[in-house]
Design a binder for this molecule. Sequence first.
Ligand code: COA
Length: 259
Amino acid sequence: MSEFKTIIYEKRGNVAWITLNRPDKLNAQNTEMRRELIRALEDAWKDDNVRVVVITGAGRAFSAGADISEFPILTPADLVKRAEIIRPYELIRNMPKPVIAAVNGLALGGGCELAMSCDIVIASEDAQFGQPEVRVGVIPGGGGTQILPRLVGEKIAKEMIFTGKFISAQEAYRLGMINKVVPREKLMEEVNNMVNELLKQSPIILAFAKMAVNKALETTLTEGLKCEVDLFRLCFSTEDQKELSKAFLEKKPPAIKGR
Ligand code: COA
């Protein structure tokens, strides 16, 4: 879709690829990029042929966060009106399909939040993560104060958010923020391996699994377990559940339909 200026949006097979494309500004997210991201994510959500989404960055950064050049003129009233500030993160989290972040370099501020909102994060070993918003007079606004403590615990999250210091991809892996760290030249190979693993699964069952795990981050254990059992039961209403269990028992490859 060539109408985008700040991202590249491509569909290949069952995969939608979104590349943040302002490399000269380290893929800082300005209003136009956020609006384009929303359009691309909404399209990927609606398109039944798209079963996995991958987000990456052009150049040496994944994204250096919000475009600070817009900050001096923004007012609280502007921010109330601008749903696009957090909408991309909400779309990624709620979309009933897996979204992979292929973190090719710096993931700071909104870039770190964008990666954290994805279901699976694979980073190159030269990537760095951080929430440096305090250094420009704000706090994280795309989920950083809520998601990061859930991933790494309160103390590490507060240290990162209070100091703005960056951590290496290896450290992010050790802390449980990301799934995998690979040499830069292997990043896309590893992402493709993950994509292929996900494409083998039933999309409807993956959607239920994503809903159930998301629930774990936002509710009590009792409510979460209730949600899980409801979704578990719902699996039995799908054709894929019948097909997958039958194929296992008959030792045959399954014919997944996605319903
Ligand atoms: N918003 C707007 N522009 C940004 C940006 C951001 N978040 N991050 C980087 N850029 C721009 C720089 O202004 C520079 O533009 P210029 O060449 O027109 O001057 C270009 O991207 C390259 O960045 P530069 O700072 O020269 O690269 P560096 O390697 O020396 O430093 C960083 C990289 C990431 C450490 C540094 O750019 C930085 O601290 N960026 C801000 C990160 C941040 O605070 N994000 C949270 C925002 S709320």
